[in-house]
Design a protein around this ligand. Structure first.
Ligand SMILES: [Ca+2]
Ligand SMILES: [Ca+2]
Length: 314
């Protein structure tokens, strides 16, 4: 007698815990389980009884569980969705730590005291008023391989503090600092930070890097950018933003006509529209603090030829 795939818990779960344990029955041919397409580590309680621990997110989240057969394919009709809401008031540590600065091409900026080499590094920053225990957290430069390097037991980042980690592919080096088994690619890639339950704490993506130019969050905030000065292990300096810093418009859609561009905190962006390039009408004013600024033009608001310009004010 084969079992149906089922989940014991109700479809809508409310919890004040940071993780939720699900369990259920499995058809005999079920070998594994995917949640939102990601394979999970199951614990088998009996031949056809599974158990799974999932992270709870601060906002209500839907998890779709799919039973996978021995051939790696989903089993037909063996899927179920569960909504999990967090009702507690404890803050999530993974919301406190960010990837704050990094250098993927370090020629002369910072020497690794373990071997005297100039190597890639990553700086984390704890925004919160409590120290964060990083034991069991993960850092990777590959989304498809989230478990490249795990912080050892006892790793912490102090209140409002910074932590430097070497990406030198020399994990056996010891000393006061951590050394990960991978380097950063100067041609560009991603860095991802996960908590022990697999919640994404932060993700940054970068393009081609210039030697000795750090990337990071200006004044520890906002979207990463090339920094004027590297500050490994310390607060990032504010960038001096020139009002003439080029704005790159990205066209998102034609109907309705929409474009976006990145703003910089502390600057004001004025979008104007014209049909003759002589008289201009202000159509939107936005503060740069929201970063991605979007302008949408509804049909009927433009002539056959309409021009837009964006100006920046301090
Ligand atoms: Ca090294
Ligand atoms: Ca820094």
């Amino acid at each position: 007698m084969d079992d149906e795939f089922s989940v014991t818990q109700v479809n809508e779960i409310q919890t004040d815990e940071l993780t939720v344990t699900l369990s259920g029955s499995a058809p005999l041919r079920m070998r594994s389980l995917q949640v939102n397409g990601v394979p999970q580590q199951l614990e088998w309680k009996q031949l056809t009884r599974w158990q799974l621990v999932l992270p709870v997110e601060a906002t209500r989240k839907s998890y779709t569980l799919t039973a996978i057969a021995g051939d790696g394919q989903p089993i037909e009709d063996a899927t179920q969705s569960i909504e999990v809401s967090y009702t507690g008031d404890e803050s999530f540590p993974h919301e406190s730590v960010q990837i704050n600065e990094w250098m993927a091409s370090n020629d002369t900026t910072l020497k690794d005291s373990a071997d005297g080499d100039f190597e890639d590094w990553i700086e984390l920053h704890n925004r919160s008023e409590l120290p964060v225990d990083l034991s069991g957290w993960w850092l990777t430069d590959d989304k498809t391989s989230p478990r490249k390097w795990q912080f050892p037991e006892g790793a912490t980042i102090p209140t409002r503090g910074y932590l430097l980690i070497w990406a030198d592919d020399e994990p056996l080096q010891t000393g006061d600092e951590f050394h990960m088994p991978f380097k950063l690619t100067a041609n560009g890639e991603s860095i991802l930070l996960f908590d022990p339950e697999g919640r994404l704490a932060d993700e940054v993506t970068f393009g081609e890097q210039k030697p000795d130019v750090a990337m990071g969050r200006s004044a520890d905030k906002g979207v990463p950018t090339a920094l004027a000065k590297a500050t490994p292990g310390a607060k990032n300096e504010s960038e001096i933003v020139s009002p003439t810093k080029p704005i790159q418009l990205v066209f998102v859609s034609e109907k309705p006509f929409t474009f976006t561009f990145h703003g910089v905190d502390g600057m004001k962006y004025i979008i104007e529209q014209s049909t003759d390039l002589r008289s201009w009408r202000e159509v939107q004013t936005t503060n740069g603090k929201d970063d991605l600024i979007r302008h949408t033009v509804l049909l009927g608001q433009v002539e056959t030829a309409t021009f837009f310009r964006v100006s920046v004010q301090n």
